[in-house]
Design a protein around this ligand. Structure first.
Ligand code: SAM
Length: 229
């Protein structure tokens, strides 16, 4: 986790002093010499459960304010998306802290969730072994949107799912060389005509959205007929 937080945009944000990451080992809050944080499930069944005391106490130890948002990574949470990214970005900017709890094994004792978790986020309908990767996904998505983190913020403004793309997908992009293995860059992109290029990109983005993610086309989201080509 620490290594990932030191690289790319997450690392850049920290080096620029815009964020500070604190990685807390829940085992430090275990009360036995083996640093145990899990036990068998009441009622039986396969799989271990993370005990409530170390989870709750780890959160309380790093929580700077009572009303801090404490996110439990869980396949049962709200699915993380662009809207949630912006909501949590605003939350981070306002409260100056955001806590992500990483589960393991079968998950955490339900009482820990009740006592300290304020919301649950999923990164998709599949099950991972632990919450570290989801926590890093959420962190990266939020931190890269902090002002001054990206080299060129304009480049993120028209990424997939942004308001500029009407919540749809981005268009395709090309760089040098102009011809590679017989494949040419679309002529309009070499024209230098900015208005035409912009119109072409918007059209391609809308077309891709219709083709690949019809669920993101505004008319379809509203339950109406899809927009024609
Ligand atoms: C093996 S999973 C537990 C799955 C849980 N028993 C269930 O079926 O809902 C262990 C941990 O990985 C994390 N995790 C797994 N899949 C995830 C997902 N899709 N989104 C977010 N976190 C996930 C959570 O922190 C979870 O507590």
């Amino acid at each position: 986790v620490r290594t990932v937080l030191e690289t790319s945009m997450a690392g850049r944000a920290a080096r620029q002093g815009q964020v500070r990451y604190e990685v807390v080992d829940i085992r430090d809050f275990s009360v036995d010499k083996h640093r145990t944080v899990d036990d068998t499930a009441y009622g039986g069944g396969a799989g271990m459960i993370m005990m409530a005391p170390p989870v709750v106490e780890a959160v309380e130890a790093c929580r700077g304010r009572e009303d801090a948002t404490v996110i439990l990574t869980s396949p049962q949470g709200e699915t993380f998306d662009e809207d949630l990214t912006l909501e949590l970005l605003a939350d981070l900017e306002e409260k100056r802290e955001l806590i992500l709890v990483c589960g393991h094994y079968k998950g955490i004792d339900e009482r820990a969730r009740e006592l300290v978790v304020t919301r649950e986020l999923s990164v998709g309908d599949y099950v991972l072994s632990g919450g570290e990767l989801p926590a890093l996904v959420v962190t990266d998505a939020i931190v890269r949107r902090l002002e001054g983190v990206l080299h060129n913020e304009e480049s993120a403004a028209n990424d997939s799912f942004t308001a500029r793309r009407d919540g749809g997908l981005d268009c395709e992009w090309f760089t040098k060389p102009p011809v590679y293995r017989g494949l040419e860059v679309p002529e309009v992109l070499l024209s230098g005509h900015h208005a035409k290029i912009e119109a072409w990109r918007n059209e391609r983005a809308a077309g891709r959205t219709r083709q690949r993610r019809p669920d993101l086309v505004p008319d379809e989201r509203d339950g109406d007929e899809p927009a024609g080509d």
